[in-house]
Ligand binder design. Sequence first.
Ligand SMILES: [Zn+2]
Ligand SMILES: [Zn+2]
Length: 361
Amino acid sequence: MLVKPHQPVEIWESPVEPPTGADVLVEVEMAGVCGTDHHYFIGEVDLPGPMVFGHEGIGRVVELGPEAQTDCVGDPIKPGDRVYWVPLKPCHRCHACTILEDTSLCPHQSPGRFRDPRLTPYATYTDFALLPPGMAFFKVPEGTPSEAVIAFGCAMPTMLHAIERLGEIRLGDSVVVQGCGPVGLAATLLARLAGAGDITVIGAPDARLEMARRLGATSTIDLDAAATSAERAEAVLDASDGRGADIVIEAAGKLAAFGEGMQLVARGGRYLVVGLWSAPGRAPIEPRHVNNTNIRIIGSALSRPRHIHQAVQVARRHHERLPLAEAVSHRFGLAQAQQAIESAGRQETVKAVIEPGRDRT
Ligand SMILES: [Zn+2]
Ligand SMILES: [Zn+2]
């Protein structure tokens, strides 16, 4: 539990409730440590009260409620099966859910509302989670390693949603990805799968850039080496005959990335902003630049159930050919959750996971 920003996380105990109705009780196998967890820890995202950490989970089904029989695409599930979830629970009773049919905009599903393990039993830094009806979860097929799914945590569904909002990536489009954490890595992989041409990834440290290259980046720019924003812009312009990139994807989570990204978009190009969810602040832009260059700026937050399902399918199809599972670089027990969050915050990890079972063995 995060009780207050900057205070070490605490372990609270709460009884495991047996599943009733269509609930599914799972034992958490792995919880992804997300950059957002660190943003909560340092107080950049409002904390409404004590909050259970963890919004990326893979677990094994322990017990089904009397009305639970399948995952959310009708695949039968039984005790022992693995399931993956991102605990977004849309209300299905608001304008976004019902009229827009866009549950990613539902104001009632925010992870910020996870105040108490008994009230929010589907958070993931826990031994057991209770998955309620109305919250999407999907079976992980036999043969697909848990790591290949959890390595991209909430980042893969977030990026699948974002790419859907971006629209077409044409064969040969040049793409710049700002950031090489899990969101940037997911963007790199999906751009490659979509047939993009040059894919340039800007980020650090080298372990993350190396993974970006293995997942499809054709070139990388090390933030630690290219010291100034102007130098990085020059490198991107040089590589594109001065045009800039057809598509720039902001996955950096740093406010400064926005202004820099705007300079990298080619005339007629698109700028997809995905990583600034928990980066407060303002950034100057020159509105006539948007006007005069026909660029489009597209925002995208969270995901919908179909993207969570697609994320499992991406792992299933590509885990043998691509080093998806290897992106899990660090493993921690529940008792080391604080250490896990801090080392993810320092970007020492490609992807860290919490394995609650580690403390017990
Ligand atoms: Zn996340
Ligand atoms: Zn809603």
